[in-house]
Every structure is written in C-alpha cells, then in structure tokens.
Design a protein around this ligand. Structure first.
Ligand code: COA
Length: 375
C-alpha cells in the first residue's frame, strides 16, 4: 500500500448513503430532507424542523401539537441526575456536564439497550427534551442560583431562556436562538455525526452514541469553534484593533476560528441567515463593537485568504449578546444537533454495516521479544 492510498481525514470518501440532509450545489444550500435551511428558518420554528429531521416530513398542525406535547412532558430530569449535577465541580466545562448527564440518562432509561426504531425514537425525544434542563441547571448552580423547573407553556427556545435566566426575552431574540438551533440541527457526515454512526455500527445504543458525539463536538475544529470565536473577539477588544490583529494573525499563518469549512469552499450557506439574526440581536442590544469586529475580520479574511466564515462565526457573538456564557455556546450546539445525531443513529441501525476502515502500517518491522533481563 503506497502513501497515496491513505485517505487521511477521509477527505472525499463516500462511506454510506443518507436521506437526512445534503448540501445541494445547484441552490448552494444545506437542505434537510430536501428543504433549504434558510426557508425552514423563515417559515418554521425549531420544533417543526426537529420533527422533519426525525420523520422525513414537515408536521401538520395535529402532528406538531402531539410532538410538542411529548417534548414538553419529557423536559424534567430525575432527582438523581439533578443531585449529580449539583455535585459536579463548578469549574467543569458544560460540554463535559452534558456528556456525563447523557451517560447518567442511559442508566435511568428503561429502554437503553432496545435498539428498535420505536424505542430509539422515544429515547431520542427524551434526550432532546432533557438536555436543555441539564444545561440550565448547571448554569444556575454555577451562579449560585436556584434551579428552575422547565415550563410546559413555553416553546423549546423560550424554555431554554427561562431555564437559564428565569425570563423569556423579546421575540426577535428568541427567534435568533431558534434560527441558530435550526441551522445547527444537522449537517451530514460531520465528525460528531460520524462518531455517533461509528459507535452505532457495533450495534451499541443511542445514549452511548450521543455521549461519544458530544465528546467529538467539543473540539475546536468542530463545535468548539463558536466558543473560540468569542474568545478571539474578546481578545481583540475594540473594532479599531481588529484589522491589525487579523493581519498579524494571517502573517503568522494562524488558524482563525470561525473560518473555513471542509465542505463549503465558497461560503457556508447557513451564514447569511445567522448573520442577519446576529445583526438583529446586536441592534436590540445596542451593540456596535462586535458587529464592527465581525465585519472587519470577515472582509480581511476574504481579501487576503479568500476564506469565508462558517456558521460558528455569527453564532458565537449572537449567543454572547443573548446573555449566554461563552462555555455554553457549544452546549447550545448540542441541544440542536441531538436531532441530527439521533436521526443518523436510527438510519445507521436500519441498514447497519460495521464501520471498520484499514490503516497503512508505518511502524517497526517484525521484532523478536527479548526477556526482561536481556533488554
Ligand atoms: C474547518 C477546517 C478544519 C476545515 O479544514 P480542511 O478542510 O482540512 O481544510 P484545511 O485545513 O486543509 O485548509 C485549507 C487551506 O486553507 C487554510 N485555512 C483553512 N481554514 C483556515 C482558517 N480558519 N484560518 C486560516 N487558514 C485557514 C489552511 O491553512 C490551508 O491553507 P494551505 O493550503 O496554505 O495549507 C478548517 O477550516 C479550520 O481549522 N477552521 C477553523 C476552525 C473552525 O472554525 N471550525 C468550525 C468548522 S464548521
């Protein structure tokens, strides 16, 4: 096997089929089950899109009502899990909290080892409904505040704001979060989804696959980028310093977080929609600073490197202006992507083939084992 045969990073390798999402080049858009994401953002709320990702069609009124009712009934977490979260170190990263919480959910779920499509759908709903409650609880514990119980009369996104801050902001801000969740819900065979499918391919269970996917999403080359974007905007501090900073970073050949993409080489189709909602939030919050830093970095990166921003570039500052702490940005991505991961887990189970690639061995040649006293 020659070095050329090694497809490092699996670049360009098609490993399976999926019916869940596709980046359609003719319309330059990410599509879920055939629908362009920007249209879904304009015309639907996140619950409708979660339904679509799982059930392959948009719900009618009755189907949506049933779906929402089920989601709202499953929001509460057990006393046991609440106590475990209370005992977690306050300095823990919320991604580690989310990962551990899904593991605990596996211990509490009666259907953990049942991989039938029906049980998997019920488990997906339970994980989906409970993750925001876990995150809200940890956020409030960390701030020394009383944990709030999820509210059944609130939409999915409204409830997230309530669980964190105890109140629901104006509708434009709720819509911006909702849009970010729609845009983050699914994205083909990205690294966390592929991780989930790989775990599933050994016929392991949904909770295990989601736990692994959360670990994978944490990395800064994947979901962790939205936090890194905010860290760099904080480091730049003022719009005046932005141009000098980005030029220096490019000269030093640094990787700029929130830019570039393995699939999109001429612009991430989710960015214009997320940017529009980031700018709406910025206007409401009377922010000019982040908006200007955003524009400068975007312009210079395009001019000097011809590299476009990805979804994490507008979502990071948008989440910041909504009031979320930076280390909760990637966990918000988890809240959305649970839908995509679980849809892929169900798809993998339906037509499974153990994922087991090969590697080119470049280690030592055959060696003779010497006894300990002879080494
Ligand atoms: C996402 C990412 C890992 C894709 O990587 P990839 O498909 O393997 O592409 P490469 O890393 O090979 O990049 C190709 C070229 O563009 C450059 N490039 C890509 N992203 C860059 C970035 N964010 N900043 C600076 N240069 C970048 C690379 O240095 C490379 O240049 P070279 O050919 O001169 O070496 C990469 O763009 C990146 O690290 N981005 C920052 C992290 C991020 O925002 N992740 C979220 C993704 S949604």
């Amino acid at each position: 096997m020659s070095k050329e045969d090694v497809k490092k990073g699996l670049i360009g390798i098609v490993v399976d089929e999926t019916t869940i999402s596709k980046v359609m080049p003719d319309i330059n858009s990410l599509t879920y089950r055939g629908y362009p994401v920007q249209d879904l953002c304009d015309k639907c709320k996140f619950e409708e899109v979660a339904y679509l990702v799982w059930h392959a069609n948009l719900p009618n009124t009755l189907e949506l009502r049933k779906f929402e009712s089920e989601e709202r009934q499953n929001r509460r977490i057990s006393i046991n899990l609440t106590k475990i979260i209370e005992h977690m170190p306050k300095k823990a990263h919320p991604m580690d909290v989310a990962r551990t919480a899904v593991s605990v959910m596996a211990l509490e779920d009666k259907e953990t080892s049942d991989n039938s499509p029906e049980a998997n759908m019920r488990k997906a709903m339970r994980i989906f409904a409970k993750v925001p409650t876990v995150l809200g609880a940890f956020y409030r514990i960390r701030k020394g505040k009383k944990i709030l119980k999820p509210k059944k009369d609130l939409t999915f996104s409204e409830n997230i704001f309530y669980l964190f801050f105890g109140k629901v902001p104006q509708k434009e801000i709720v819509k911006a979060l909702d849009v970010s969740l729609i845009l983050y819900a699914e994205h083909g065979f990205n690294v966390s989804t592929f991780t989930a499918r790989t775990i599933t391919s050994s016929l392991s269970d949904m909770h295990g696959a989601v736990t692994g996917a959360i670990a994978s999403l944490k990395g800064p080359l994947h979901g962790g980028a939205n936090e890194k974007v905010m860290e760099l905007m904080n480091k730049i501090k003022t719009p005046k310093k932005a141009e000098k900073w980005i030029n220096n970073a490019i000269n030093k050949k640094e990787v700029i977080m929130g830019f570039g993409h393995r699939v999109y080489k001429s612009g991430d189709s989710r960015v214009p929609t997320m940017k529009k909602h980031f700018l709406k939030v910025a206007k409401i919050k009377k922010d000019k600073k982040l908006h200007k830093i955003y524009t400068t970095l975007e312009e210079v990166m395009l001019k000097r490197k011809n590299i476009y921003p990805n979804m994490d570039f507008p979502s990071g500052p948008a989440y910041h202006l909504m009031g979320f702490d930076t280390d909760f940005f990637t966990p918000l991505f988890v809240v959305a992507r649970v839908t995509g991961w679980t849809a892929h887990i169900i798809e993998q189970h339906a037509a499974n083939k153990l994922i087991r690639p090969l590697s080119k061995y470049s280690g030592e040649k055959h060696r003779k084992v010497e006894l300990l006293n002879q080494r």
